[in-house]
Design a protein around this ligand. Structure first.
Ligand SMILES: Cc1ncc(COP(=O)(O)O)c(C=O)c1O
Length: 454
């Protein structure tokens, strides 16, 4: 049989595949279908997520997955990689164009692995790193004892000023005192603009490398709504699934320092990253995820994305404002990005109880520690909300008032029994759930075949 275009039609392949799953494995299909419906019907305000476009998601499900392709485009350890090379090169080119980078590695599986790659490129076990402390909005991978970064390296932390801004003076003092090999900036629960140049000045003063982890704000950076660290930091990392609306994975980028020599005085920073990704940390990359990254990067590069990113910021400002007007303390005094952190302990409610009660009513947020939190990480005194998932529903700032009204009603009705237990009247819960459904029907996920009729 000769292969015609029709025989190898990818669209037919994808449609037949989902039908085969439905018929041959109804148990799994039902769970997957329920998850699809859940996402359509709840208001997801999780700051560390977005809603990937179906065209990005489908890339992860295609036969690219069947190819083992250790190495890099043009230099593989396996045959059969002609198109795989094209996909990876496309992702690299799009990544460099979107972020203005000179170098990009698109193979890491997550931002966590991207950060580990950078750490092991310029540090040896026992070396000192300096990162923002977890309680002040830093990430686990920036030196927490709970992660490899805090176990293998001597992690020193910096914090916030009294007015809840990154304490650059303290970061400098700690850097001068501890002489870190690597300084990490970038945050997971901090809603204010980061001054990359100031961090680079500190790094240069003590002879450290600088890693900017833009995992949370990559979309805003790409859209020019947050300053870019690319030419300030030696390395910039991100994942593609939080604010880039792409598939799951990580990126490591370098700007003007790409051909600077690393700690051995022989290998460029770009080459060091390539070697640390493969073969040091990873074998054959997930080429389907790389295709999905390429698709997400194309979306971020589109003129349409500019509007999405602007909406992300506008909605977050409106959300913070609505919380303040209801008498809640908004941590960091407001927001410059997509994140809003709210102190719920001031209302006598723990973060975990707030998270669970809101989820029971169809609103998904995260419990989050707040600066100087007295509660442990599984309890917390705050919640963190984000607007990536709301922007893709084309919500308006006025909708944020309605969302905060609902959240306030739920928290007001919640009876806290203990730090981890609460009561919520089932009839009240059902009535709020119905109101949330009305919002999700009015504002369907734009990229889904909408409106979904459940
Ligand atoms: C700043 C930062 N870096 C890294 C990560 C880890 O991302 P991933 O889930 O891709 O490993 C996160 C996750 O929330 C983050 O906020």
């Amino acid at each position: 049989m000769t292969m015609t275009d029709k025989d190898t039609d990818l669209a037919r392949f994808a449609a037949a595949a989902i039908e085969r799953l439905r018929v041959q494995d109804p148990e799994l299909y039902a769970i997957l279908d329920n998850e699809y419906s859940r996402q359509a019907n709840v208001l997801t305000m999780v700051a560390s997520s977005s809603i990937a476009d179906p065209s990005a998601l489908i890339c992860e499900a295609l036969p690219t997955m069947n190819v083992t392709a250790e190495g890099y485009p043009g230099a593989r350890f396996h045959a059969g990689c002609r198109h795989i090379d094209e996909i990876e090169q496309l992702a690299i080119d799009r990544c460099k164009a979107v972020f203005g980078a000179q170098f990009a590695n698109v193979q890491t599986m997550s931002a966590t692995s991207a950060n580990e790659v950078v750490m092991f490129s310029v540090m040896k076990p026992g070396d000192t790193l300096l990162g923002l402390e977890l309680d002040f909005g830093g990430h686990l991978t920036h030196g927490s004892k709970a992660s490899l970064s805090g176990q293998v390296f001597n992690a020193i932390g910096y914090g916030l000023t009294k007015d809840e801004r990154i304490d650059y003076d303290q970061a400098r003092e700690r850097a001068l005192e501890h002489k870190p090999k690597l300084i990490i900036c970038g945050t997971t629960a901090y809603s204010r603009t980061i001054d990359w140049a100031r961090f680079r000045a500190i790094a240069d003063e003590v002879g450290a490398y600088l890693l900017a982890d833009i995992t949370h704000i990559a979309g805003l950076v790409a859209a020019g709504l947050h300053p870019s660290p690319i030419d300030h930091a030696h390395f910039t990392t991100t994942c593609t699934h939080k604010q880039m609306y792409g598939g799951r994975g990580g990126l490591v980028m370098i700007g003007k320092d790409h051909d600077q020599l690393g700690p051995d005085g022989k290998t460029t920073l770009a080459k060091l990253i390539q070697k640390r990704v493969f073969p040091y940390f990873q074998g054959a990359p997930n080429q389907s995820a790389i295709a999905s990254k390429a698709r997400g990067l194309a979306f971020v590069a589109s003129p349409e994305f500019q509007g999405v990113a602007q909406r992300v910021v506008d909605l977050a400002a409106a959300l913070a404002d609505a919380f303040s007007k209801k008498g809640y303390r908004v941590v960091f005094g407001g927001t410059d990005n997509h994140i809003v952190v709210v102190d719920v302990m001031e209302k006598g409610i723990t973060g975990v109880n707030a998270e669970k009660a809101l989820e029971a009513c169809g609103i998904v947020v995260n419990k989050n520690r707040i600066p100087y939190d007295q509660k442990p990480p599984h309890v917390t005194s705050g919640i963190r909300l984000g607007t990536n998932g709301l922007a893709i529903r084309e919500m308006e700032p006025s909708d944020m008032v309605e969302c905060v009204d609902l959240i306030d009603e739920i928290l007001g009705a919640l009876k806290q029994v203990s730090d981890r237990e609460f009561e919520l009247d089932p009839a009240f819960q059902a009535s709020i759930e119905e109101r949330v459904r009305a919002i999700t029907r009015r504002r369907p996920i734009r990229s889904y075949p909408a409106p979904l009729d459940f």
